[in-house]
Design a protein around this ligand. Structure first.
Ligand SMILES: Cc1ncc(COP(=O)(O)O)c(C=O)c1O
Length: 407
């Protein structure tokens, strides 16, 4: 089958909406357009029923006992803020200390920075060179003032999967709430909030073949009953935790996307995992001096984050412009710094600048992966041929021993 370019390999950034999801949501724009809070008539009741069905699908996708624990939001950024600020404000009387990890998403990190401005104390744990949290450091960081620990399921850049069940166990033993940002996790790795001892969990539709602008926060109701201070005040929707008219079509779509993710989980994760292996095997067979960033095993199936030594990051990205990927280099982001996640792993700036995040998803094919391997190989080889450093490496010179200044 001929490959159609551009190829989309940026499924951590967002995903294409599954056509089955589009079909499910369309009637809720113009046929069943009622307000889910308007229970006095059939339009409202039909909307409410559809929302309840979606809640059930969402609860099931994460192993929740009841759909009453699902709070619908506008996405993971809002869910992150509601969980972190909501818990911090509610439990302020119990303690003023929070723990998170320096490789979390900006929504989590900046919510903590905002709380620091209010006087909360935050520990930002480092990670090991493979990107995983050191559980001994986590244990040691907990004090009798600690009220919340926030650790993500799957990292959005390097795809590493944190040991959630172990973290949940530590949190339970120490009586601290555990919030997990699972935006990159639901549908990609097995998530079970009960088995993993999670108390709050954020997820979002557009990372799992649903539309942008809708997400959820799961809030534990029993053992313990978690209470939050809302971010928004108004009509008292979502049990007072998130006022605002529900986005019925988006919620129906989110539910459908979660239903598909649950039903197709085993087949899909195996298929995507095999494509990722094909990509990595192909690149490794063709190119020397490439490095995998993040743990090789504790990793979501669709993620491959690789640094290519002795090439220039921006030239590499330009060279493969018919493949949509993301990079740890400054040129794709607003900031001039290389990725803070790669830096936290101890990856040097040069290697961070030449890193590519390949995000494989539901709609990718083996042909696209083969095209990508061939294209990246061709461009890396071409750039290396132009590089004086590469010439020195080929001559057997160890670059770390070179005195560049001549003194
Ligand atoms: C780990 C993680 N958390 C939070 C978010 C934010 O999600 P949303 O775009 O739904 O606000 C993202 C998406 O970029 C993410 O990858």
């Amino acid at each position: 089958m001929a490959v159609v370019t551009p190829i989309y390999l940026d499924n951590h950034s967002t995903t294409r909406v599954d056509p089955r999801v589009v079909d499910a949501m369309v009637p809720y724009f113009s046929t069943y357009y009622g307000n889910a809070a308007s229970r006095t008539h059939v339009f409202g009741r039909l909307a409410e029923e559809a929302v309840d069905t979606a809640r059930g699908q969402l609860a099931k996708a994460i192993g929740a006992r009841t759909d009453k624990e699902i709070v619908l939001t506008s996405g993971a950024t809002e869910s992150d803020n509601l969980a972190i600020k909501g818990a911090a404000h509610m439990y302020r009387g119990k303690g003023d200390h929070l723990i998170t990890v320096c490789t979390e998403h900006k929504a989590v990190l900046d919510a903590h920075h905002a709380l620091e401005q209010e006087g909360f104390r935050v520990t930002f744990l480092p990670v090991q060179p493979n990107g995983l949290v050191d559980l001994t450091l986590l244990q040691a960081a907990i004090t009798d003032q600690t009220i919340l620990i926030s650790i993500m399921a799957v990292n959005n850049e390097i795809g590493v999967v944190q040991p959630l069940a172990e973290i949940g166990k530590i949190c339970k033993e120490r009586g601290v709430l555990f919030f997990c940002d699972a935006a990159q996790g639901v549908g990609k790795i097995a998530i079970d909030v009960e088995a993993m001892g999670i108390d709050l969990l954020a997820f979002t539709a557009h990372k799992m073949y649903g539309p942008k602008g809708v997400g959820a926060l799961w809030v534990r109701r029993k053992n313990p009953r978690v209470r939050l201070e809302p971010l928004f005040h108004g009509g008292g929707h979502e049990r007072g935790l998130r006022s605002g008219t529900l986005a019925v079509p988006l919620i129906v779509a989110f539910g459908k996307a979660a239903g598909l993710a649950t039903a197709e989980f085993a087949e899909e994760t195996a298929r995507i995992g095999a494509l990722r292996q094909r990509l990595w095997d192909g690149l490794r067979a063709n190119l020397a001096h490439i490095e995998l960033n993040g743990d090789a095993v504790a990793r979501a199936p669709g993620n491959l984050n690789v640094s290519f030594a002795y090439v220039e990051g921006e030239s590499l990205l330009m060279g493969i412009s018919d493949i949509a990927v993301s990079s740890g280099s400054a040129c794709t982001s607003a900031s001039l710094e290389p990725s803070y996640v790669l830096k936290a792993l101890g990856v040097h700036d040069e290697m961070a600048h030449t890193s590519i995040r390949f995000g494989i998803g539901r709609f990718n094919t083996a042909e696209e992966i083969d095209y990508t391997v061939a294209r990246v190989t061709e461009v890396v080889n071409r750039l290396r041929e132009m590089s004086p450093l590469w010439e020195m490496v080929q001559e057997g010179i160890d670059l770390s021993t070179v005195n560049w200044t001549g003194h």
